[in-house]
Design a protein around this ligand. Structure first.
Ligand SMILES: [Ca+2]
Length: 546
């Protein structure tokens, strides 16, 4: 059987990892036993709950295995929690949900984590429901029928916001490699092993889905282990975390947080958004509150400049604030060479500023500097680059630390353009981005897709991947845009039926004023342009246009 052949080569790689890191033969033994599992199935008269409970006894990795309500859907799952001690300083906590046999679709889905990982996404109450599933809409319910695996990637985040903690990385190369690309690979092996033990067969297909860092997880997986997955959904992938840290500090954050006169509060953000929308909403053929022609919009807010020395007004912007806005949109070019020869970080997109700018760029107050982009970049500077808790993104000069940036980038960033092995494996990749994302830039991922096309050529790239963008959608999927999309079923059809995605439709979320309206989902660099007539709430009235 083809799947068995693939499984053997795949398991060979895993057993090397597992034996090195765990020092235990238990998983190895169970991998070998899978060849005989089919014969054993007919003899096993135990109930599902008995089989589930027995998983605890089979190796030292599984800590508990209990019947619980499925994360989605109405059936029960065998929920396995465990840990893999890959070094004294890096323990991978994981959870694998295995549905009741008649609810299982025979497939496996890994879930990528957010931020810098540090929690098991499927086990964290504040992440429960997986915020990125908003994009998948009703397709999220399909996830219930998969074996679902996830991990904390080999470290346990500390502090109020554990997914932003990066202090664990200091002097810990194993934890770094685990977070970078290795932990999910190891946990995938464990999940397959659990499948064999519980159902007497491995999953027929393997997928991975995640947003932000979880989108990065899907891309690093196919760059490092092209045999691991049949299909990947990488939502707003944070492909260049070191490009982000090396470039945003000196060329954006140091200006924003240098003076209260450069910083925008919510009222100023909304003022800018309103005027930008007024200038650019119609560039896509329809004034519908959705700024779809992002690349055609060059509004810079200079008409809002405060006159005659006026300050602290809600109705105008200072020159320092306008400079902040300019720097948000500008491509950054700090002279630090990262993995795969990358330099710089692309400017952020436009539209929907009120959904993203306060959270990611400005924070709740000037003094607090509690913006997510600031926190992420500052933590990378402190722990990933200088190993100095007193270092600060406001005074940091990345060009003095180029070697450290390169080393970190080689481990974490997902910029390797060589997806040829994944293509030859028959893998399929769907990448999606909202164009008002102010956490990670969709244009940086556009650069990556261009590098893949340069490596593989147009024809193979088309057979391998799709890169979709949704206007007026931010990092947490907020905004006026149409961002509910059946991407999981699109990927399943592509992988399992060889039906490449044709015309996909995106639906406006329930938060939108026009909830339920539809737009075509367009591939970068196209955007939905109103044809000039027809129902403005129907996707059929729009073309994907340049
Ligand atoms: Ca519009």
């Amino acid at each position: 059987m083809n799947i068995n052949f693939r499984m053997r080569s795949l398991l060979g790689a895993w057993t090397r990892f597992v034996s090195v890191f765990i020092g235990s033969m238990s998983i190895l033994t169970s991998f070998v036993s899978f060849e005989l599992a089919g014969a054993a199935e007919a003899l096993d008269s135990r109930s599902f709950s008995e089989r589930c409970a027995a998983l605890v006894n089979n190796n030292t990795i599984v800590a508990s295995a209990t019947i619980e309500a499925a994360l989605f859907g109405s059936h029960n799952s065998c929920v396995v929690r465990g840990k893999i001690i890959s070094s004294p300083a890096s323990t991978i906590n994981f959870r694998v949900d295995l549905p009741e046999p008649n609810s299982w679709n025979g497939k496996l889905l890994m879930i990528g984590g957010a931020g810098f990982d540090g929690i098991v996404p499927t086990d964290a109450p504040n992440h429960r429901g997986f915020w990125f599933t908003k994009v998948l809409g009703s397709d999220a319910e399909r996830m219930a029928h998969y074996i679902i695996g996830s991990s904390d990637s080999g470290h346990q985040g500390r502090g109020q916001n554990p997914i932003e903690d990066f202090s664990w990385v200091s002097q810990n190369p194993t934890a770094l490699a685990n977070h970078g690309y290795q932990a999910n690979h190891i946990v995938l092996g464990v999940a397959i092993d659990l499948s064999v033990q519980l159902y007497s067969k491995p999953p027929e297909r393997r997928y991975i889905v995640g947003g932000s860092n979880g989108g990065r997880a899907g891309l690093v997986a196919i760059q490092h282990y092209p045999q691991d997955y049949n299909g990947v959904i990488a939502l707003e992938p944070a492909i260049s975390q070191e490009g982000f840290a090396a470039n945003l500090g000196t060329q954006m954050l140091q200006h924003i947080f240098a003076s209260p006169e450069n910083w925008l509060d919510r009222k100023h953000i909304e003022l800018y958004e309103k005027h930008e929308l007024n200038a650019c909403d119609g560039l896509d053929g329809l004034k519908d509150g959705i700024l779809a022609n992002v690349r055609g919009c060059d509004y810079d807010g200079t008409d809002l400049l405060c006159k005659n020395g006026v300050r602290d007004s809600d109705d105008c912007l200072t020159s320092g604030q306008l400079e902040s806005i300019k720097r948000i949109h500008a491509d950054k070019n700090v002279n630090v060479t990262l993995a795969d020869g990358w330099v710089g970080y692309a400017g952020f997109g436009r539209g929907g500023e009120s959904s993203d700018w306060a959270t990611y760029l400005f924070g709740r107050s000037f003094a607090a500097r509690a913006a997510s982009d600031y926190a992420l970049a500052d933590n990378i500077v402190k722990w990933g680059i200088t190993n100095d808790p007193n270092a600060n993104v406001m005074t940091h000069d990345p060009t003095q630390w180029a070697k450290q940036y390169r080393a970190l980038s080689d481990q974490i960033d997902a910029t390797d353009p060589n997806l040829l092995p994944f293509y030859q494996h028959g893998g399929k990749l769907i990448v999606w981005y909202g164009t008002s994302d102010a956490c990670v830039s969709y244009m940086q991922t556009a650069r990556y897709i261009e590098s893949v096309t340069g490596k593989l050529g147009d024809e193979r790239t088309k057979a391998l991947l799709r890169f979709y963008i949704s206007p007026a959608t931010g990092h947490a999927m907020a905004g006026a845009g149409a961002s509910t999309i059946p991407l999981l079923s699109a990927l399943e059809n592509w992988v399992e039926k060889d039906q490449a995605p044709a015309s996909l439709t995106a639906t406006l979320t329930k938060e939108s004023a026009n909830s339920g309206s539809t737009r075509p989902l367009c591939e970068y660099p196209l955007f939905p342009r109103y044809k000039g007539n027809g129902d403005p709430h129907s996707a059929s009235s729009f073309d994907c246009s340049r």
